[in-house]
Design a protein around this ligand. Structure first.
Ligand code: NG6
Ligand code: CA
Length: 532
């Protein structure tokens, strides 16, 4: 159908060519040649590889020396290595919500770290990045970590039947996903709205309120935690010898084995690419690495000295390599735009005794930035970001443009000519030129949401953290939160926020506060039908 249309337009353009050219040669000629090149050249495939909790300093091409990431390094060399890109939030659900909808999570209810049995947070009537691609004629897929709810309502899913609401309702033709995170029940993959590999002999029940009779828990049966023990939390149901958040019963052969998760995700990504090699495709490939529980496959273990966290980084790098080799093998790499980034900053102890703290040594997961995941400090949201598209983007670039992931939806929509409907993606701006390295335009400011909802404002020069409640250090992960009763202002010429200069620069504080005020009172008015 689509090819027919292109053929017909192409014929029309060449039929018009001779007479039209004779009247106004240069302008028309160039218009027609643009039209022709658009008609003859298939649109690029777009692959967003979204790591979990991967920090700015976790990759060799961003300064890591104690773990090897050859595939990501090569990807960076083939395109642009960005040094000032910000995730929308310092935790997964709000960050992913913003990336996929182009709307800040603070405008939408229930966008905190979601339980495994949360109802769909993005509702079918909302515009998503997948809709943009679908409207432009792409095949679309979400593969890997989801963490944005499934089914119509919280806690009411029947995991033994087709789920009434899933990524298929928000623009993804295909999905193979983990409902939430690897540390949350249900510990099964969901494919096209139902449990993949479903085992009828082991019906699945999930609760975040109470355990199911006779089922062991990490708290009561620590002797059953044969793969990983918890350091904090993660003491409810036990699956694969690892304690989880949330309770579940059943699953049988559908239950995942943590050591095979990266393999399953890579295999499904590759199979999607193979199936759609003849048409443009968009794949949101959200890895489980390097989130906890870090329990990588044997073949990645022990090759660096940082233990499972280092191995999970190596496993992430392998996934990237698998996808790229397949694109190369099929001759698709030239015209595939790959964007690689992370959903939030890094954390070392996120609840399991995997020796990440003990073996960290000189490795700095957040690079030169302060703190990490959950925090208002830069380490919470500053993330690695690489863009590569051999056909269009010059290799070997570096960009320090101030960028927020919130703009990727509108930028990619512009790339593929998708129109954003009125009221959709209200916070996303088209900054395609910056994304493709054609300019180095800074966003005037980016917003960064911490775990306690504090919204910081970052410009190229300054960072303003508004007063917000909570402890200075988040126990458990032992993370500096940046929460404080007084306003904080940092001069970003020093990436490590240390000296609060709010009192010395009241005018700057005032200006940044006014940006925040404008954002809070503007934007979308969409109300979710889900209420807790
Ligand atoms: C926390 C979990 C942590 C991780 C995080 C979500 C505990 C003690 N900690 O509540 O392990 O799952 O939520 O991470 O349960 S995120 O990257 O998906 O936002
Ligand atoms: Ca995360």
């Amino acid at each position: 159908m689509k090819k027919d249309y292109i053929f017909r337009l192409g014929t029309l353009a060449s039929a018009l060519l001779p007479s039209a050219l004779s009247s106004q040669p240069s302008a028309l000629n160039s218009k027609l040649s643009t039209l022709n090149s658009q008609l003859n050249r298939p649109q690029p495939n777009v692959v967003v590889i979204f790591a979990d909790d991967l920090g700015y300093g976790d990759l060799e091409c961003y300064g890591a020396t104690r773990v090897q990431t050859p595939n990501v390094n090569a990807l960076a060399k083939s395109g642009i290595r960005f040094t000032n890109v910000h995730a929308i939030a310092a935790t997964s659900t709000p960050s992913r919500y913003g990336l996929l909808t182009g709307e800040y999570a603070f405008r939408h209810p229930n966008t905190d770290i979601a339980r495994g049995n949360a109802g769909m947070i993005i509702r079918p009537e909302q515009f998503t990045i997948a809709d943009a691609f679908k409207n432009a004629g792409y095949a679309t897929a979400a593969i890997g970590k989801w963490h944005l709810g499934l089914g119509d309502k919280d806690a009411e899913q029947d995991w033994n039947a087709q789920l009434p609401m899933h990524p298929g309702d928000i623009g993804f033709d295909y999905h193979y996903i983990m409902a939430a995170t690897a540390d949350r029940t249900p510990c099964v993959f969901i494919e096209q709205g139902h449990v993949a590999n479903y085992d009828p002999s082991a019906p699945i029940l999930v609760s975040y309120e109470q355990n199911f009779e006779g089922e062991p828990t990490g708290k009561e049966n620590p002797e059953l935690l044969y793969n990983l023990k918890a350091s904090h939390g993660h003491n409810q149901s036990i699956v694969n010898g690892i304690g989880r958040i949330g309770y579940m019963k059943g699953g049988g052969k559908a239950l995942w084995k943590d050591e095979n998760i990266a393999d399953s995700i890579a295999a499904h990504a590759i199979s999607f690419i193979q199936k759609h090699r003849q048409e443009p495709f968009f794949m949101y490939l959200a890895t489980n690495d390097v989130h906890v529980p870090r329990f990588p496959h044997d073949r990645f273990r022990g090759k660096n000295t940082m233990g499972f966290r280092g191995d999970a980084i190596a496993q992430f790098d392998w996934t990237v390599g698998q996808v790229i080799s397949e694109l190369e093998r099929l001759g698709l790499r030239e015209n595939t735009l790959i964007i690689l980034s992370s959903d939030n900053g890094p954390v070392v102890d996120d609840g399991y005794q995997d020796r990440a703290v003990e073996l960290l040594g000189s490795h700095r997961p957040a690079g030169p930035y302060r703190a990490g995941k959950y925090s208002t400090f830069e380490g919470g949201t500053v993330v690695p970001a690489i863009v590569s598209w051999p056909k269009k983007v010059r290799a070997g670039q570096e960009s320090d443009a101030l960028v927020s992931q919130i703009d990727w939806l509108a930028s990619l929509s512009a790339l593929v000519g998708a129109r954003i409907p009125k009221g959709g993606a209200v916070d996303s701006q088209n900054r395609l030129g910056t994304l493709l390295g054609e300019d180095r335009q800074d966003r005037p400011y980016v917003l960064e949401q911490a775990a306690n909802h504090a919204l910081s404002v970052r410009t190229k020069e300054w960072k303003y953290i508004p007063p917000s409640p909570g402890p200075a250090v988040i126990s458990g992960p032992n993370m500096e939160s940046g929460y404080a009763r007084e306003p904080q202002l940092y001069n970003m010429q020093q990436p490590y926020e240390q000296e609060n200069v709010a009192l010395q620069h009241p005018q700057v504080v005032f200006t940044l506060q006014s940006y925040l005020e404008k954002e809070r009172t503007g934007g979308a008015t969409y109300k979710s039908p889900i209420s807790k």
